[in-house]
Design a protein around this ligand. Structure first.
Ligand code: GTP
Length: 264
């Protein structure tokens, strides 16, 4: 090895070195050969990795457990029953205890709508004003929004207009919406009539349901209704596959005429 160190130290300061000035020794040839072999092996290794990755990509597409993912958001004043509606729909449970939502929460529900396997990601927001900055930051990614009021609380009904203007400010312009009047089991305390709910929904050109999380009235219909509207819009936009399910870019106005559905 010492002679080679010496030859480097006396080499002319030209770059790149001219090959004829440095004839390769048998050791150099052997080293070059090994180096070439290593490079070939590395190249083959890289090709194998890429082939495996492609294969994995294909397999994960084939075995995706759903065809489409849809993000829904629930908004409305505190206490109207958003969490209870979600718990009824996702877990088929109900609790009379009021535990206000802190910030935001979500649940996943897999459904089949018109032959499409849909993964619903449903975000439940806090109705309290103090969480407004957090909750409105989630509007942008929503593809469908459930506007919820309490049929026994007129103020919550009147707030719906404010919530709609929040949507206009923070959500995607083409987001689908649905109006939900909850607690329709409380007939004696009902202060917002079914007709008023229908009229407001008609004004906004959206679907309307009166529901009861407590007695499981129209809960599934409301969630499936909004999910179907979103699905139809995404399919019409050509974005119906799992890859389009990130749901952050929506391209087409999709609200159909008002369809007033079930009432208590
Ligand atoms: P925030 O998290 O503060 O925004 O409230 P929320 O809209 O999520 O309300 P929540 O679901 O926590 O319900 C508030 C109260 O209303 C609880 O005491 C529930 O038991 C009650 N409640 C919810 N839905 C119904 C319903 O359909 N019928 C009746 N009778 N009570 C309900």
């Amino acid at each position: 090895m010492a002679p080679r160190i010496a030859s480097i130290s006396i080499a002319p300061l030209s770059f790149p070195p001219t090959p004829q000035l440095a004839l390769p020794s048998p050791e150099d040839t052997e080293a070059q050969h090994q180096h070439q072999q290593q490079q070939q092996q590395q190249h083959q290794h890289q090709v194998n990795i890429e082939a495996k990755q492609k294969q994995r990509g294909k397999m994960s597409q084939q075995s995706a457990p759903y065809d489409m993912q849809i993000k829904l958001l629930m908004i409305g004043d505190s206490g109207v029953g958003k969490t209870c509606l979600l718990l009824r729909y996702a877990n088929d449970s109900f609790s009379p205890t009021f535990i206000t939502t802190i910030g935001i929460d979500f649940k996943i529900k897999n459904v089949d709508i018109d032959g499409k396997r849909i993964k619903l990601q449903i975000w439940d927001t806090a109705g309290q004003e103090r969480f407004r900055t957090i909750t409105t930051s989630y509007f942008r990614g929503a593809q469908g929004i459930l506007l919820v009021y309490d049929v026994t609380d007129r103020r919550s009904f009147e707030s719906i207009r404010n919530w709609v203007s929040q949507i206009q400010q923070h959500a995607d312009v083409h987001v689908n919406k649905i109006l939900v009047g909850n607690k329709c089991d409380m007939l004696d305390e009902k202060v917002v009539s079914t007709e008023e709910g229908q009229k407001l929904a008609k004004e906004f050109g959206i679907e309307f349901w009166e529901c009861s999380a407590k007695n499981d009235i129209n809960v599934e219909q409301a969630f499936i209704g909004i999910a179907r509207d979103v699905k139809d819009r995404l399919v019409a936009d050509g974005g119906g596959g799992p890859a389009a399910s990130k749901g952050l870019s929506l391209n087409k106005a999709g609200q159909g005429p008002t369809r007033n559905k079930g009432c208590c």
